[in-house]
Ligand binder design. Structure first.
Ligand code: NAP
Length: 451
């Protein structure tokens, strides 16, 4: 039977594993889903906002795949110096890399690295209990925060900042982040786009949700929205974009409620500099006012505006990271590929495949990974069933992983982490609460594995 490694247990990895066991071209495949972390589900666990329970419940679907008898979850296994891609190819008949896009894009403006200027990715990792996250004291002493970018990640971080702790307490947010947000004095949260409302990347459902927060109200300046020709003539816009514009229009016309916190969507402002205060920390952002160029882009006007703030969250998209031993297109942040087959110097690299964000870039919703994985699985199955396919390795690769000094956290270990998180939540009078550090996760996992 062929052994296939899927590297990464986020949605693209799990959909790939599902596609592999469901396809009928190559019978009896066995799939090991490897993950650097001891916990499965990738961005569904560490990226989807904690208050998005419905999207998080997708974990149930992913769980069913990982519990299939032909699939094995092996957490705590990092592809790196101890297990390079070449070694994986010795152990498995094929390897599919579904490693996502782990880094953030840079703005390339002065002040980007000042204390108080963080990537939204780091902020999300902190409130999602990613074990690599640093507690940067993100919201301490902050009254005004600015998110740069108008995609769904910006909407997520704005919502978490503007939501009251009461609403966050029932989620699985780690206790330290919940405590910090409960103590936060954030009052104004800006979300700033360099282009207009009709070019914003957020989806309407996510945008509309901002208007339903108990302790926050939306403040938009209709004159700024109207700089967008699409705002003045929404009938000409495609459906999803038109709905975004309509939501903003409704907010612009609504009376103010005098809520404790204000969410301030702003448009046509291009970040020029993150300003340093006398204390060496972020004091605000200097933006250049832009105007539509008639081609979907914008041009600068030479006039500037400063928004004073103590926290800046750069939310301008994710970026793929090169994996030593795999080819990488640095400009696109992806692995070169054709229909999911990895290309080395333009030629198909036998046995190596990609799916998800590392294949197509960091775009699309979770469901976009299904057809993406399906295409890769079809290529892999066709290659494995071809008369020219190399002989099967015919031995369980786990021995090879152990021989390389790796100690995988298996499914029982993950279940033990889940139990430990439920117990932690119980002790805090909350629902299940995530364990935020490596030691805590690994000792919870090993507690059961050693029994
Ligand atoms: P995104 O959708 O690509 O949005 C990035 C934003 O950053 C855009 O507004 C972009 O503006 C702006 N930007 C890029 N470079 C900039 C610069 N130099 N200066 C100022 N602004 C800049 O990225 P994302 O929000 O990180 O989301 C990534 C993916 O995850 C998306 O597919 C998203 O839908 C998905 N996601 C979904 C959900 C959900 O469904 N609830 C939640 C989170 C994330 P321009 O358009 O002008 O480039």
């Amino acid at each position: 039977m062929p052994y296939i490694a899927v590297v990464g247990s986020g949605p693209s990895g799990v959909y790939t594993a599902q596609g592999l066991v469901q396809q009928t071209v190559v019978p009896d495949v066995r799939v090991d889903v490897l993950d650097r972390l001891p916990c499965p589900y990738g961005l569904v666990r560490y990226g989807v906002a904690p208050d998005h329970e419905k999207i998080k419940s997708l974990q149930g679907t992913l769980r069913t795949v990982l519990q299939d008898e032909r699939v094995r979850f092996l957490g705590g296994v990092e592809v790196g110096p101890a297990l390079p891609p070449a070694k994986l190819l010795e152990l498995y008949d094929a390897v599919v890399y579904c490693v996502g896009a782990a880094a953030d894009r840079r703005l390339g403006i002065p002040g980007e690295d000042l204390p108080g200027s963080c990537s939204a990715t780091d902020f999300v990792a902190w409130y999602s209990a990613h074990p690599d996250a640093r507690d940067d004291g993100f919201v301490r002493g902050v009254r005004t925060a600015v998110a740069i970018g108008v995609g769904n990640v910006a909407v997520d971080v704005v919502r978490i900042l503007a939501r009251g702790a009461d609403e966050l307490a029932p989620t699985d947010m780690p206790q330290a982040a919940l405590g910090a947000l409960a103590a936060s004095e954030v009052r104004d949260v800006y979300m700033v786009g360099r282009r207009g409302p009709s070019q914003a990347r957020f989806t309407t459902k996510e945008l509309r949700e901002l208007g339903g927060l108990a302790g926050a109200e939306i403040v938009v300046d209709e004159a700024e929205l109207a700089l967008d020709p699409g705002y003045r003539d929404p009938a000409a816009l495609p459906g999803a974009v038109r709905r975004n514009v309509e939501v903003l229009r409704d907010w612009a016309g609504a009376p103010r409620r005098g809520a404790a916190r204000r969410i301030r969507p702003r448009f046509f402002l291009r970040p020029a500099e993150i300003i340093e205060g006398a204390d060496g920390r972020v004091a605000g952002v200097r933006f250049e006012r832009t105007r539509p160029d008639g081609l979907g882009g914008v041009r600068g006007t030479g006039t500037f505006e400063v928004i004073e703030a103590e926290l800046v969250l750069r939310s301008v998209g994710y970026r793929g990271v090169a994996l030593e031993g795999l080819p990488f297109d640095a400009a696109r942040g992806t692995v070169p590929q054709a229909a999911g087959r990895v290309l080395r110097d333009g030629r198909v690299s036998p046995g190596e495949y990609v799916a998800g964000w590392i294949k197509r870039g960091p775009t699309g919703v979770i469901g976009t990974n299904r057809p993406c994985a399906k295409e890769t699985v079809a290529s892999l199955a066709a290659d494995l069933s071809a008369p020219t396919a190399p002989e099967r390795i015919a031995r369980d690769p786990l021995a090879g992983l152990l021989g390389a000094g790796l100690h995988p956290v298996e499914w029982s270990g993950w279940q033990s982490i889940e139990r430990a998180e439920a117990a932690l939540g119980h002790s805090l009078g909350r629902n299940s609460v995530k364990i935020p550090d490596w030691d805590g996760l690994l000792s919870a996992a090993r507690a059961v594995q050693e029994v």
